[in-house]
Write a new protein. Sequence first.
Length: 258
Amino acid sequence: MSAPAVVITGAVAGIGRAIALRLLAAGWAVVAVDLDADGLAALEREQAGAGLVGVAGDVAEPWTLERAAAVARERFGRLDAWVNNAGVPTEGPFEQETLERLDRTLAVNLRAPLLGCQVAVKAFLESGTAGAIVNVSSIHARAGFPGWIAYDAAKGGIDALTRSVCVEFGARGIRCNAVAPGAVLTAATGRVLAAAEDREALQRQWRELSPMGVVLTPDDVAAAVAYLLSADARFVNGHVLAVDAGMAARCVALPPPR
């Protein structure tokens, strides 16, 4: 039997790259989707012979996602799973938000996962596959953060999307879950840190939000995604799994006990 095949969006760096490498190591065939064509080419060279093929394009455009599904069928003969990971972090004063930036935030962080779910579900139904989808949500879906209103709203939509796909297609054997990371050290969060007035203070604030006092790595999130795609999670559906070292359980950032 051929290896199961998965489409992963935003697969060149950060959480998406960690998911791709984790699933490749577990024997999956991977269609890696990203806007960064050069990064994809480098990833393909790095993983030559491992069962990874890249599709370059904007995930906010439906034809990019449709092409990814087609490549999975053409190259691997099947499509078993889909991971909607691509996203853009957008921070700034809400009252100064431009329509262009707002549209891009919602297009990448909400419309693209919705379209990805649509493409995946259609492919699963056409092939009679009991497929699995994992959406990458965020602690921002559960708690508001100053300066992140548009991003918070988009991630809240991811949680609603996850539940709705489960309810609509669960009877057909299709599962749709999400992971909700807290603070994760990636290139994107690195840019947030670089723009901060006090980098060390922001890092300390992130750690203090977690009762465990840690900031996660992309591999921590990838492990949760691999579980949700596995047979061990065959009856987990419509669930948003917090992978945040307890951040969402804390309503405020309290100082450590003396």
